[in-house]
Write a protein that binds this ligand. Structure first.
Ligand code: TTP
Ligand code: MG
Length: 349
């Protein structure tokens, strides 16, 4: 694959920074944004509050113990979404090959352009137009660009050049590898793997025998290999999966199993992006190439694998009349939203 230039932009302490901007009295203070009920959790904390050990996903109660003098504010989602729209608007000035990945993050593919100049200009735009700071990473792929953006937070700008990749990765903990959450971490620890260097030195065949495809990915990430493209899309579009069977089938079990796999993958994608979906649509293409779609809209948006599958199954069994062979089945989730409440979503795989 030819060399690419990928930029990753991530706003610093996003919700908290917006509140500090809008109320200068909060500047320099530990500000904690989160659910205000007794069972609420921290959405984010300003960098001042992080010094006390306060972080996202921690119960507010625990945060108050660590940082009693903190200023605790509720989540003003409407405001943050508006700012998010403005940020994504800035990115599209530079390239159409831009992939929003959450409310405050995006990848841009600027291959063939002056990546450093663009990165500086994006930071300047965000500062001048929105009076906010972002951290930016530049490298040869998504995985490395995202790591680069984390290095010098807040207000950072970091490049990982091609010839620095291996030495940069070597000392990092394995949790820095894309998709390695606490569960995977424990499994790797059992093999004596703690740092990315340990993955580099491990026998890839053994990793594959234990983790399958994921083992190979892990090994490739440890060497900084990541060929995933920046996939341009607009937040609030839809996500979906479909597959043409090798041979047309008339087997309900297999259709359901396929929907189950899709539900798992799409739920994971929703969680990674911190989206919830309301509309679930099943598509069937028959052996004569006619296509039918049926959908349902949930009262409560979800990212739950079981809920997605349950609904898809209901649609398949009740809204279709499958009386001939099926060539393709697809599942699409639309009506994607950001949660209005600071629901904590696990990134673990
Ligand atoms: P992040 O970019 O993960 O965090 P951040 O911008 O607050 O801080 P950092 O400087 O480390 O990037 O998430 C963006 C926003 O998403 C964050 O401001 C609040 C929200 N969020 C939650 O509501 N719950 C969570 O568990 C996390 C991680 C984020
Ligand atoms: Mg951020």
């Amino acid at each position: 694959m030819e060399d690419r230039s990928i930029i990753h932009v991530d706003m610093d302490a996003f919700y908290a920074q917006i509140e500090q901007r809008d109320n200068p009295k909060l500047i320099g203070k530990p500000v904690i944004i989160g659910g205000t009920s007794s069972r609420g959790v921290v959405s984010t904390a300003s960098y001042e509050a992080r010094k006390y050990g306060v972080h996202s996903a921690m119960p507010i109660k625990a945060a108050k113990k660590l940082c009693p003098e903190g200023i605790y504010l509720p989540v003003n989602m409407k405001k943050y979404k508006e700012v998010s729209k403005n940020i994504h608007g800035i990115f599209t000035k530079y390239t159409n090959v831009y992939e929003p990945i959450s409310i405050d993050e995006a990848f841009l593919d600027v291959t063939g352009k002056e990546a450093l100049e663009i990165a500086k200009s994006i930071k300047k735009d965000i500062r001048d137009k929105l009076r906010l700071t972002a951290s930016v990473g530049i490298s040869i792929n998504k995985f490395l660009a995202k790591l680069a953006s984390e290095v010098n937070k807040p207000d950072g700008l970091t490049i990982i050049e091609k010839d620095e990749v291996l030495s940069f990765l070597r000392p990092l903990p394995i949790t820095k590898i894309w998709g390695v959450g606490p569960k995977m971490e424990r499994e790797l620890n059992k093999l004596g793997i703690y740092y990315i260097e340990d993955v580099q030195n491990y026998d890839v065949e053994v990793l594959v025998s234990i983790f399958g495809k994921r083992g190979k990915e892990l090994y490739e990430f440890s060497y900084g290999i990541d060929n995933r493209p920046v996939e341009p899309r607009i937040a609030n579009q839809s996500i979906g999966e479909e597959e043409t069977f090798l041979k047309d089938i008339y087997d309900m079990e297999m259709l359901l199993d396929t929907l189950k796999d899709y539900s798992f993958n799409l739920s994971k994608k929703l969680k990674e992006n911190r989206y919830l979906a309301r509309t679930i649509c099943v598509k069937i293409k028959y052996s004569d190439f006619t296509i039918e779609t049926r959908s349902m809209t949930l009262n409560i948006p979800t990212n739950d694998e079981r809920m997605i599958y349950k609904t898809a199954k209901y649609i398949l069994l009740n809204k279709f009349n499958i009386n001939r062979e099926v060539r393709l089945i697809g599942l699409t989730l639309s009506n994607l939203i950001y949660p209005d409440d600071p629901i904590q979503l696990s990134m673990d795989i």
